[in-house]
Write a protein that binds this ligand. Structure first.
Ligand code: IVH
Length: 673
């Protein structure tokens, strides 16, 4: 009896999986939504009555209940490479020449051209037919585990059915591809967010990448994520061609982009790229280029990779999308450092996924150089970054009487006279208590990469500053004593205040490097903060460090050291730090535990090009594991890590009898750490 039920449950799952495939992958459903819901309800009921038969691959188990606290790290078995870019046909021909020169003379090369999906890359690991993990690309070697979120994507099979036609074992493989949102789904999502007064996503890519990092899979499940798979990798088996790779993925019911094309030579590949660019606006999803891949895996293997990119594939980037509009007005915006930047207020225009009504004009020099004036008809562009910019003025359409813009004499927010340092292009408001600066600093402090206080965004900060609740960073941590005042604000319910206060308390756990970044010291970005925190290990030591001490830190230059010293010479800043210390923020870091590894106390010299990292990255890894990196080979050198085309350093190492490490050996040592 129970055997029958179990069988029935599994049969029902199979039927639902098939409908999911037809609906989400083929976008060709064969039953109505009502009928589908009925099947799901039936399965849910049976599983409720027989919880002993619930398995993780059941369609009812896509959405987990638990929140993700921290995303685990996953080391990719095969590194996830990225692509070198080309921007014109000449560069593509150059790519073809290099491919041919890397192969035995006279070999013909076929290419597969695919759309370059503008989303977030993902690697799905299937073991014995079940989805085991899903990971982001990360730095290409180590990514974040986002399995619970990826499981919610209906076009991702949780269980595979391998058709007989596939002659490979596929016991353990990764399917790699891109997670994306269709433009119409993205617009709908943004509309819903607008209605709820939430912050809008800039484009479908950010919206997908942001969604994958959400800690609650229930929210992720409501977002319209989708996936295209374009690569099959396995350390156990070898495949023949990229085209075959795509066909296997398709036969396994993965969503494979239909726009790929096999091309006999580079001319055909170039034509395919042009065709794709023409088609670009007709597609339901955004693509930012085409990818050209050598079809034969044998040839791919011969070609190998250099630094982080394969020699057998290249991206052909399309031109940034442009639109025409009119500048209604040029306004001046005050940032957290007091820099006053011009902004073009535009006639709203729709461009790649969003409506644009403002564009940065960078600085006054830029306005003069491009001769941008209020009232001008302009071309705007959204490049790789999300902030749109004005590329050109259509001078023929300039209205008579349009006057050149000039910077204001006084701060547009607090009216303090502006000044311009001689060696800079920006104008500054030097009133540290200018409300615009206060808001900007607080926004930076609370932002994701800094103290990461969820819910404390631009809108709430504006409100709190206007209501005199916030002036400095420390006020954020005093908000907990103002519960009544906060709940009395119209827009804030008890629940949101509680959540906010919880997020504020939570932020105290942020590590020293994030706190240091949050302080908003000029020129100290996230990277510099990490380096300074890792070197000095405490704010007290950093505070007392001399210029020379600071300059000793790898890659820290005089503008950073000068700015750090200036920051700590200001008593107000010291007082803020003292108060933040009292609130329990982290102002010290632990020296990375001196794990005894292969690398500990060994001196390395790096030479030649590595395929999985740049030399700098490999060096950082060695240092992080307790080793030293020097630039020249001597008797004191313990190991020379030699990549491809290593030259004189390798010769010297051989002459001195220094042990040579191949990249593969190096990777093995990294993995055993
Ligand atoms: S192939 C070694 N194919 O573009 C092969 N990538 O820098 C590397 N992408 O990180 C990737 N569409 O996230 C490949 N059809 C496609 C792609 C694609 C989008 C992304 C991918 C990768 C980035 C290239």
């Amino acid at each position: 009896m129970s055997g029958n039920i179990e069988k029935k449950i599994e049969e029902l799952r199979e039927v639902i999986r098939e409908h999911d495939y037809k609906y989400y992958v083929l976008t060709d459903p064969v039953i109505s939504d009502e009928d589908y819901d009925r099947l799901m309800k039936e399965l849910e009921k049976l599983e409720e009555e027989h919880p002993e038969f619930i398995t993780p691959d059941s369609p009812t188990q896509r959405v987990g209940k638990d929140l993700t606290k921290d995303f685990n790290q996953i080391t990719h078995k095969v590194p996830m490479l990225s692509l070198a870019n080309t921007y014109n046909e000449e560069e593509l021909l150059d790519f073809d020449r290099k491919v041919k020169s890397g192969l035995p003379e006279g070999e013909k090369v076929e290419y597969v051209v695919e759309p370059k999906i503008d989303g977030a890359s993902v690697s799905l690991n299937y073991v014995n037919g079940y989805l085991k993990t899903a990971a982001t690309r990360g730095d290409g070697t180590v990514g974040e585990e986002i399995t619970v979120n990826v499981r919610t994507i209906k076009s991702v099979p949780l269980k595979l059915k391998k058709p007989k036609s596939i002659k490979y074992q596929l016991n353990d493989f990764e399917a790699r591809g891109e997670i994306f949102m269709k433009v119409k789904d993205f617009l709908q999502l943004n509309k819903e967010r607008e209605d709820k007064g939430e912050k809008l996503f800039a484009n479908p890519r950010n919206s997908s990448a942001g969604t994958l990092k959400i800690q609650d899979p229930k929210i992720v499940a409501k977002r319209p994520l989708n996936v295209f798979l374009y690569m099959l990798v396995s350390t156990e088996e070898e495949f023949n061609t990229q085209l075959e790779n795509l066909e296997i993925l398709k036969a396994l019911n993965f969503n494979v982009n239909p726009e790929h094309k096999l091309c006999k030579n580079i001319d055909e590949a170039m034509e395919a790229c042009r065709e794709l660019e023409k088609k670009r606006d007709l597609l339901e999803y955004e693509i930012d280029g085409a990818v050209i891949k050598v079809n034969s895996m044998r040839q791919q293997k011969i070609l190998g990779s250099i630094a982080k990119s394969p020699r057998w594939a290249v991206a052909f980037k399309f031109k940034a999308k442009q639109a025409f509009t009119t500048i209604n007005q040029i306004t001046w915006q005050v940032g957290r450092t007091g820099a006053v930047t011009p902004v073009a207020e535009l006639d709203p225009v729709f461009l790649s996924g969003s409506t644009i009504s403002r564009a940065t004009l960078h600085n006054y020099d830029e306005i003069k150089r491009k001769d941008i004036r209020a009232g001008d008809r302009v071309v705007i562009e959204k490049g790789g970054d999300v902030i749109p910019k004005v590329v050109a003025v259509i001078l023929e359409e300039r209205k008579p009487g349009a006057r050149p813009a000039i910077p204001p004499a006084n701060c547009p927010v607090c009216d303090t006279p502006l000044y311009k340092p001689e060696d800079e292009v920006a104008y500054y408001c030097d009133n540290a208590v200018c409300p615009a600066q206060i808001k900007g600093r607080l926004e930076h402090f609370a932002s994701r990469g800094a103290m990461d206080i969820e819910g404390l965004g631009e809108a709430l900060i504006d409100l709190f500053v206007e209501k005199d609740l916030l002036h400095t960073y420390t006020d954020i941590y005093d908000l907990k004593d103002k519960y009544n005042e906060l709940t009395a604000i119209d827009r804030l319910g008890a629940k949101s205040v509680k959540n906010l206060l919880k997020a504020i308390e939570e932020s105290k756990k942020q590590p020293f490097e994030k706190v240091l970044f949050a302080l908003g010291i000029r020129y100290v970005g996230a990277g510099a903060a990490r380096k300074l925190a890792g070197h000095f290990l405490s704010i007290d030591v950093l505070m007392n460090a001399s210029d020379d001490d600071i300059l000793k830190v790898h890659e820290i230059g005089p503008s950073i050291s000068g700015s750090v010293r200036e920051f700590f010479s200001n008593e107000k800043n010291i007082n803020i730090i003292l108060k933040l210390k009292e609130h329990g923020l982290n102002f010290t870091a632990e020296k990375k535990a001196a794990v005894n590894s292969f690398f500990t106390d060994k001196t390395f010299v790096l030479t030649g090009s590595l395929s999985n990292f740049s030399r700098e990255e490999a060096g950082e890894k060695i240092i992080a594991l307790g080793g030293k990196v020097t630039s020249s080979v001597s008797k004191k050198t313990d190991y020379v890590l030699a990549g491809e085309s290593a030259g004189s350093k390798l010769d010297k190492a051989n002459a001195l009898g220094v042990t040579i490490l191949s990249e593969e050996e190096f990777l093995n040592h990294l993995n055993e750490k």
